[in-house]
Design a protein around this ligand. Structure first.
Ligand SMILES: C[S@@+](CC[C@H](N)C(=O)[O-])C[C@H]1O[C@@H](n2cnc3c(N)ncnc32)[C@H](O)[C@@H]1O
Length: 292
């Protein structure tokens, strides 16, 4: 049932950060932060923020990395988190720890006016893959960097390398017509999966010293007191966020039930007691704004 052509499909589209996608992220924020934490930590290590620096956290979502960055730059530094999703920014403000100082602003980072030559570091954890014209957006964001300033972000490699899509979508292949694969260059979580494309985009945007390194790590998908509870939670999570949730959104209850059992079987192949440990594949990307 696999279809070869690539067309825009609502199943792969993730543009409603101010609609159900954003709301689902808020509802699952703690679980998503637990899943993504190790990738953010790796990107933060590559970014190496230091005391007193000014940092822009792009697509900051509910703010987990903005809080971490604020701790690293300390009281003499500044962190501004920008995101297009009101729901996620509201959540970030709700859960911001009292002992740090961080500002949040609703803005499309790819085109909203940003302070010029103001930041030492542009950072992002999975928040830079959604621009319609990425070269233009990165050129725009680069102008917010001081000369010699740094860019550091983490993004997903290809969907086929990432279990959080590969496992659940593979499990329902025989139950519903497989949606056409997304255009790999269309805005979405995997739009930077291709290393060469990303390198060319960052070059066109004017960045120098681009380094793109693979980072593979297990992801604790779902949580529970024991194996059964963790598997149930992993299925619930796959039904709540990502392409499976969209593929099944309008399907009848009996098909959703069969899909749940197929997805559970797929997750059961993976190890883990209080979480289902699945494989995650990301790029850690660093670059520099050339000195003037
Ligand atoms: C996968 S989430 C990651 C959120 C957060 N960085 C984290 O790691 O938890 C992607 C985020 O990028 C935001 N986003 C998407 N396009 C954006 C844009 N053009 N400008 C700013 N934020 C954007 C979304 O609203 C969402 O919060």
């Amino acid at each position: 049932m696999r279809q070869a052509e690539t067309v825009e499909s609502p199943i792969h589209k993730v543009s409603d950060w101010n609609g159900s996608t954003g709301d689902n992220w808020v509802s699952n924020q703690m679980r998503l932060d637990a899943m993504l934490e190790v990738f953010g930590t790796e990107a933060l290590a590559a970014a190496a923020p230091t005391a007193g620096e000014h940092v822009l956290d792009i697509g900051c979502g509910a703010g987990a990395t903005s809080f971490e960055l604020a701790r690293k730059v300390g009281p003499d530094g500044q962190v501004l988190g920008v995101d297009i999703s009101q729901a996620l920014l509201d959540q970030a403000r709700r859960i911001a720890p009292a002992d740090i100082s961080v500002s949040f602003e609703r803005a499309d980072a790819g085109e909203a006016p940003l302070p010029q030559a103001a930041f030492d570091l542009l950072f992002s954890r999975f928040g830079v893959m959604f621009f319609d014209d990425p070269a233009r957006a990165f050129a725009h964001m680069r102008r917010a960097l001081k000369p010699g300033g740094r860019l550091a972000f983490v993004c997903w490699r290809r969907a086929a390398e990432n279990d959080w899509v590969r496992l659940p979508m593979g499990a329902i292949e025989d139950l519903i017509p497989t949606p056409p694969p997304p255009d790999p260059e269309a805005p979405g979580p995997f739009s930077f999966g291709d290393r060469d494309r990303m390198e060319s985009i960052l070059g066109q945007a004017g960045f120098a010293d681009v380094a793109i390194l693979p980072f593979d790590h297990g992801i604790p998908f779902g949580r529970g007191e024991n194996r059964d509870a963790a598997l149930d939670d992993a299925v619930a999570m796959a039904f709540a966020v990502g392409p499976l949730s969209r593929a099944l959104a309008d399907q009848p209850q009996d098909l959703r039930a069969r899909a749940a059992s197929a997805v559970r079987k797929a997750f059961a192949q993976r190890p883990g007691e209080t979480s289902v440990m699945i494989d995650g594949a990301a790029w850690i990307v660093t670059a520099r704004n050339p000195a003037a």
